[in-house]
Design a protein around this ligand. Structure first.
Ligand code: BES
Ligand code: MN
Ligand code: ZN
Length: 499
């Protein structure tokens, strides 16, 4: 989709889009459009019993004198409450509405209505961001284009007086959206196409953006002693990989970096502790954490973030086979700690254990944040709206919480405590990969990870419920969401850049 910014006017497009606050007071170019229509816009809004409440929309056929065929009004509610979030979701609604109408070219009156506190340039950029985020499609395997479903919008003109600031805000947001789309593409790919080596190849494509990418194969990981990660991949025909990405955008390339680590199980059958067949196909998204970390690196490099950032992803396929690890096996992790693998389906933590240890050992980062589709239990706790947050550091946890609210990728903190930690002590090894009790599955998984952080400030996001959606969301059609790319990009830009 082609999105351009211009000064307000009377553009030659097939639809004009007007955000309307509650009270229906039109301002800026929207008021001028209304004037030119002889008050038809205001009248139509009134006649249709349209209050301007958020979620409402009304369509008016454009009167004589307009090149556009139609004018669409979108309610945005109380203007005093309109912030970035509301502007972005307005964009999402625009895409959804225009798709169902088959509109190809449109212009949006993106000046914030009176009483909106958000600066004009941010309002305009956020609307554009919402439009683009919702327009995502994964079409690689469709041989017959189904026209009805395809977002029809080809060209959007965003009308704002706040040029050139809005354009520069948009340039950054567009880069971040490209990172989100990169993550969604990875997660959408089926597991027969996207196995560990193929994933690593796609990560290598970030080199063209200036990201340094290294790929470690099984030989190298063996030498490093990564018995925990390697055990998971033993049943697979595909070689496990560890990908290390570095974006060094700070003025001092040696300044202490921040680090993100992703679970990349390209398919999770459960291994010998085989999962039931119903719904197992969804387990192609078990590399969602790695998808987000890779998309994040894309976003940061795309907008040339002034920060040093490490991205590490552990890529394995969890399959049952004569060579697969068995329940009861004991493996030795890179940290030296031994693990009794009582359930081969609790494999994500085994992958992350070595990835986290490697990360802190090599890079000594300011903090580590890992992302993983780690437990079904987090879906029971939080559903598909919030990711589970666990942290050893309150400041990091608070920043993640606040930032999640800003970008509408929200997280909710759950506890870590010795009482939970004890439940993964093993009879014969340093720990076991599942707890003895039944409850608190997401917490005990997090406790397991914490044992590999070596006291580096750390947070863990359990994204099992948020990496994938079965229904359309305001900013994402059903399927892969790319959850976390916008959250972590914003965390970096708000707290760790240029200082
Ligand atoms: N990949 C799954 C978790 C998952 C479940 C992600 C549903 C997305 C949707 C993970 O590897 C897993 O199998 N976890 C087990 C842990 C259990 C064996 C302790 C689970 O959640 O059942
Ligand atoms: Mn599993
Ligand atoms: Zn898994």
């Amino acid at each position: 989709m082609n999105i351009t910014f211009s000064k307000p006017g009377f553009p030659k497009v097939s639809a004009l889009l007007v955000p309307v606050p509650s009270g229906r007071k039109l301002s800026g170019i929207a008021a001028e459009w209304d004037k030119k229509s002889g008050g038809a816009i205001a009248k139509a809004a009134k006649a249709a019993d349209f209050s301007g409440d958020s979620g409402q929309s009304v369509e008016v056929l454009a009167p004589q004198g307009f090149t556009a065929d139609r004018i669409l009004l979108f309610g945005i509610g109380d203007p005093a409450k309109v912030g970035e979030k509301e502007a972005r979701s307005l964009g999402g609604r625009i895409t959804a509405r225009l798709s169902s109408l088959g509109v190809k070219t449109a212009a949006v009156a993106a000046e914030p209505p009176a009483k909106v506190k958000l600066p004009a340039e941010d309002f305009a950029a956020a609307v554009a961001e919402g439009v683009l985020l919702r327009s995502y499609r994964f079409d690689v395997y469709r041989t017959k284009a189904s026209k009805g479903k395809k977002p029809s919008l080809e060209k959007l003109t965003v009308m704002t007086d706040a040029l050139p600031k809005a354009r520069s805000r948009w340039a950054a947001r567009r880069s971040v959206t490209e990172g989100v789309f990169f993550a969604r593409d990875l997660v959408s790919e089926p597991a027969n196409v996207l196995y560990p080596k193929e994933f690593a190849t796609r990560a290598k494509s970030l080199t063209k953006l200036g990201v340094k990418v290294e790929v470690l194969g099984e030989k190298q990981m063996e030498r490093l002693g990564m018995g925990s990660l390697l055990g998971v991949g033993r049943g697979s025909q595909h070689e496990s990989q560890l990908v290390v990405m570095q974006w060094l955008g700070a003025s001092n390339k040696k300044a202490q970096p921040v680090a993100f680590i992703g679970k990349g199980v390209t398919f999770d059958t459960g291994g010998i502790s085989l999962k039931p067949s119903a719904g197992m196909g969804e387990m192609k998204y078990d590399m969602g954490g790695a998808g987000t970390v890779t998309g994040l690196m894309h976003a940061l490099a795309g907008r040339k973030a002034k920060a040093n950032v490490i991205g590490i992803i552990g890529l394995v396929e969890n399959m049952p086979d004569g060579t697969a690890q068995r329940p009861g096996d004991v493996v030795t992790s890179m940290s030296g700690q031994t693990i009794e693998v009582l359930n081969t389906d609790a494999e994500g933590r085994l992958v992350l254990a070595d990835a986290l240890w490697y990360c802190q050992n090599r890079f000594k980062p300011k903090f580590m944040i890992d992302l993983a589709t780690l437990t079904g239990a987090i879906i029971i706790s939080l559903g598909t709206h919030k990711a589970g947050l666990f942290a050893s550091n309150d400041e990091l946890a608070d920043r993640l919480f606040e930032t999640g609210n800003k970008v509408d990728e929200t997280v909710w903190r759950l506890p870590l405590e010795d009482t939970y930690d004890r439940t993964i002590n093993s009879q014969i090894a340093d720990m076991q990969n599942i707890s003895d009790g039944r409850g608190a599955g997401s917490i005990t998984a997090a406790q397991f990870l914490q044992r590999f952080t070596n006291k580096v400030p750390w947070a863990h996001l359990d994204i099992a419920g948020t990496a994938w959606t079965k229904a359309d969301k305001p900013l994402c059609p059903k399927g892969a969401t790319g959850f976390g790319v916008r959250l972590l990009d914003r965390l970096v830009s708000d707290y760790y850049e240029g200082r």
